[in-house]
Ligand binder design. Structure first.
Ligand code: AMP
Length: 397
C-alpha cells in the first residue's frame, strides 16, 4: 500500500510517498513559491534530486505537477497515480473538535473551516491542500487529516484553561491547544519502544526543538501539558517567535507604538526570538558559531534557550510527580549536543546525569545519560511524515 503524505503551506507543498510495506520512503519533494513568480518543484527519488522551474499558479497545479514527477521521467516511482491508496494531510489546528486523526468528509471540511480563525495562517492552506488532492485523485482515494493539536486534547482543564473571563472560552474557544502533537506522539511512543517499556508505564518530557519549539509532559502515553498555547507563538524562545512574554508587555508595546494587531502579531511571530534578541539570525547554527566568536547577543540567546527549556522540563516533572525519560528531537534537539548538555546539567538533584561521550552521537535514536542516571536522556529523531502515513493506513485499512 502506498500512502502520500502532504504538508500544504500558503505558498508551498511538501510531499512524501511511503510504501507501507516496510515503511520505505519512495520519494519526497517540495513545490515552492506557489502563486508567486519563480516557482519550482524539487523532487528526490532513487538517491537523486531533480529540480525544475515550472509555473505553479495555484495548489491544484502544484498537485498535478507533483503527480507528473512521481509518475514520469527519471524521478518516477509509480507507473500511475492509481497506485496511491490514500493521502494523509498534516492539518495544524483541529480545535476541540478533533482528538484523533480522521477520514476527511464534507462534514470534516466544514468543521475545519470553523476552526480556521484559530489558525488563520495555517488552516486555510491545509484545507486548500485537501480540496486540491480531492480534485486530482478523485473521490475514491480516501484523504485523512492528522492534526498538530490532536495529541494534546488529553490535557486536563487545569492545564489548558487561561485565567481570562470564562465567557472568552465559551464564546471564542480561547484556551491552550498545543502543537507539534504528531512529533510529541511519535517520539514519546518511540522512546517507550527504545526503553523496552509500555507507554502507559512511563512519565516522559518530550522537547521538540527546531525553528518552532515546544515541550510536552507525556504521562502514561497521554499529553498532560504543553508549552505552546492557543497559537504556536507561546512557550519557548524560537527562531523568530517570542515564546512566553508577560501579556502586559504586549499592551504596553501597543500603547507606546500604536501599532495595529496585525503589526504586533508580525513582531511577535516573525521579528522576535533568536532573530530579535541577537539581531543576527533565526538559525541556531549561526548563533552557536557567532557565540563561539564572542558575539554577546548570540551568547545571550544561547543562554536563554537552555535556561527556558530547563524551566519547562522542571515544571513538567513537578506536574507529573516524576520522570523516567527526557527526549530531545527537532533540528536543535537532534543536533546540538551543547544545548542538550546545558539543559540537563545542573539537574543532578532530579537524577539526570549526562555522559559527554554518548552526547556526541548523531543521526539515530540514542541514550546520552550515564549508566547510573536515574532519568534516561534520549535523542529520538522525529518522523512526523511516517506518523501521518501510519495514521492514514490505520484509518483506511
Ligand atoms: P527544524 O525546524 O526541526 O528543521 O530545525 C531547524 C533548527 O535546527 C535551526 O535553528 C537549525 O539551526 C537547527 N540545527 C540544525 N542542525 C544543527 C546543528 N548541527 N547544531 C545546532 N543547531 C542545528
Amino acid at each position: 500500500m502506498k500512502i502520500l503524505v502532504i504538508n500544504c503551506g500558503s505558498s508551498s507543498l511538501k510531499y512524501q510517498l511511503v510504501d507501507m510495506n516496510g515503511e520505505v520512503v519512495l520519494c519526497k519533494g517540495l513545490c515552492d513559491r506557489i502563486g508567486i513568480d519563480g516557482s519550482s518543484i524539487t523532487h528526490k527519488a532513487h538517491g537523486k534530486e531533480f529540480k525544475k522551474e515550472v509555473a505553479l499558479p495555484d495548489h491544484s497545479e502544484a498537485f498535478s505537477q507533483m503527480v507528473a514527477v512521481m509518475t514520469e521521467g527519471e524521478g518516477a516511482v509509480v507507473a500511475d497515480k492509481s497506485e496511491i491508496t490514500a493521502v494523509g494531510h498534516r492539518v495544524v489546528h483541529g480545535g476541540e473538535k478533533f482528538s484523533a486523526s480522521t477520514i476527511v468528509t464534507d462534514e470534516v471540511i466544514a468543521t475545519l473551516e470553523e476552526c480556521s480563525p484559530l489558525a488563520p495562517l495555517h488552516n486555510p492552506p491545509n484545507l486548500q491542500g485537501l480540496q486540491s488532492a480531492r480534485q486530482v485523485f478523485g473521490d475514491k482515494v480516501p484523504q485523512v487529516a492528522v492534526f498538530d493539536t490532536a495529541f494534546h486534547q488529553t490535557m486536563p482543564a487545569k492545564a489548558y484553561m487561561y485565567a481570562v473571563p470564562y465567557e472568552y472560552y465559551e464564546k471564542y474557544a480561547i484556551r491552550r491547544y498545543g502543537f507539534h502533537g504528531t512529533s510529541h506522539r511519535y517520539v514519546s511512543a518511540r522512546a517507550a519502544e527504545f526503553l523496552g517499556k509500555k507507554p502507559e508505564d512511563l512519565k516522559i518530557v518530550t522537547c521538540h526543538l527546531g525553528n518552532g519549539s515546544s515541550i510536552a509532559a507525556v504521562n502514561g502515553g497521554k499529553s498532560v501539558d504543553t508549552s505552546m498555547g492557543l497559537t504556536p507563538v507561546a512557550g519557548l524562545i524560537m527562531g523568530t517567535r517570542t515564546g512566553d512574554v508577560d501579556p502586559g508587555v504586549i499592551c504596553y508595546m501597543n500603547d507606546l507604538t500604536g501599532k495595529s494587531g496585525g503589526d504586533m502579531s508580525n513582531i511577535l511571530n516573525k521579528q522576535s526570538g533568536f532573530l530579535g534578541v541577537s539581531g543576527l539570525s533565526s538559525d541556531a547554527r549561526d548563533l552557536e558559531s557567532a557565540a563561539a566568536d564572542g558575539n554577546a547577543r548570540a551568547q545571550l540567546v544561547m543562554e536563554m534557550l537552555p535556561y527556558q527549556i530547563k524551566k519547562f522540563v522542571g515544571s513538567y516533572i513537578a506536574a507529573m510527580n516524576g520522570v523516567d525519560a527526557v527526549v530531545f528531537t527537532g533540528g536543535i534537539g537532534e543536533n546540538s549536543s551543547s544545548v542538550r548538555a546545558n539543559v540537563c546539567k545542573e539537574m543532578e538533584f532530579l537524577g539526570m546525569k549526562v555522559d559527554d561521550e554518548k552526547n556526541k552521537k548523531r543521526g539515530e535514536d540514542f541514550d546520552f545519560s550515564t549508566d547510573d542516571s536515574k532519568v534516561r536522556l534520549l535523542v529520538i529523531p522525529t518522523d512526523e511524515e511516517l506518523m501521518i502515513a501510519r495514521d492514514t493506513l490505520e484509518l483506511v485499512k
